[in-house]
Each structure stands twice: as structure tokens, then as C-alpha cells.
Design a protein around this ligand. Structure first.
Ligand code: GLN
Length: 192
């Protein structure tokens, strides 16, 4: 199993640390040919406009789109925005996942927060999953899922914060900033 982490901007280093702890081979992806041989790719949090602009500059947009047709991709926060088909404004997007996102939906940086989420998809061995402690930093919400995309988790008020569409995964929050590796293990189960 070899998982790449898009390493052009954002908190890619934290994802790599967590993947190494799970004894997964990792690769920092900055060039199109670094996608060769990967089983899956994580797009980290950061600033989606910057990630998009640099992906255009580095000629990564089309290779990432092709990769995502057949391979697992997980976008966390800015990565989820970049993965989406619709961010309600004009910026470079991969357009792979049938979700509409709203950027900075909880307000400014100071409005960042943490919340315990129920995420049934993380259930292991049929036992009831402990709540997942999620960190939101100037996070987007997933306003709507379309087509075959499904909701994995929502806040108590119904706002969607995690979604899946086949081998594509989007989270508004940052599992790489916690010690809980359940989301990374879940992503590995989607990666082939
Ligand atoms: N606010 C950022 C954006 O719109 C996302 C923040 C994050 O990734 N923590 O791209």
C-alpha cells in the first residue's frame, strides 16, 4: 500500500506522520509522475485557492482528475473544496466529487471549533464507534451531496461535514491533527 499526499501547500506533513505510524509507504506529490504506483492520494487542508492555483502552475490538474477516476482520493478541509464540483465561486477545482461546498462557512479563523461526531462508517467489528473528535479550522460545510455521493457525518444541526462517493472522500475537518487514526484507516480501506 502506497499513499501519496499532495504537498504543494497546507498541512501535508501531518498526514505523512499519521500514515507512517500506520506503517504505510508514503510519497509527497508535487509532480504528475509522482502519482504513478500510488494506491490513493490525500489532499490536505490549507488554502484551496492556493492549492488550485499551484496545481494549475505545476500542470497537476488533469493528471489528478485522471487519477481520481480510478483511485481513492481524500480531501480534508481545503482538500475537500478542491475535490468538489462546486465551491459556489470561481477557483480551480478538480470537479471529481458530486458535492456543493461553502467555504469558510463557520466564519473567520477565530470561529474555529472542535466537535464530537457520530460516524457510523468508522464502526469496526460491529461495535458501536466512540464519538470522533473533529477539529474545524476556518472550515467549509458540504451544503449538498448529489448523485451517488452520500453523507457520512453531520453536525447536530444537520450541516454535513463528511461525505463519500465510492472511492472519493471529503471531510470538513482535520483528522491529521488528532491522534485518532480511524479516519486514515477508513481511507486505506477505500484505497486499492
Ligand atoms: N478556509 C480554507 C479554504 O477556503 C480552508 C481551511 C482549511 O483547510 N483548514 O480553502
Amino acid at each position: 500500500m502506497k499513499i501519496g499526499v499532495l504537498a504543494i501547500q497546507g498541512d501535508f506533513a501531518e498526514h505523512i506522520v499519521l500514515l507512517r505510524r500506520l506503517e504505510v509507504e508514503t510519497c509527497e506529490v508535487r509532480l504528475p509522475d509522482q502519482l504513478d504506483g500510488l494506491n490513493g492520494l490525500i489532499i490536505p487542508g490549507g488554502e484551496s485557492t492556493t492549492i488550485g492555483k499551484l496545481a494549475v502552475d505545476f500542470a497537476l490538474l488533469e493528471p489528478l482528475r485522471q487519477f481520481g477516476k480510478t483511485h481513492a482520493i481524500w480531501g480534508t478541509c481545503a482538500g475537500a473544496i478542491f475535490l468538489s464540483k462546486d465551491a459556489s465561486r470561481n477557483q480551480p477545482l478538480l470537479g471529481l466529487m458530486d458535492i456543493t461546498v461553502a467555504r469558510n462557512a463557520f466564519g473567520r479563523q477565530v470561529a474555529s471549533f472542535e466537535a464530537d461526531l457520530e460516524i457510523a462508517a468508522l464502526q469496526q467489528d460491529g461495535s458501536s464507534p466512540a464519538p470522533y473528535h473533529a477539529i474545524f479550522i476556518r472550515a467549509p460545510i458540504i451544503e449538498a451531496v448529489h448523485g451517488t455521493a452520500e453523507v457520512l457525518s453531520a453536525l447536530p444541526d444537520g450541516r454535513i461535514v463528511a461525505a463519500r462517493q465510492g472511492h472519493l472522500l471529503a471531510t470538513s475537518f482535520h483528522p491529521e491533527l488528532t491522534d485518532d487514526d480511524r479516519f486514515h484507516r477508513y481511507f486505506l480501506s477505500l484505497s486499492k
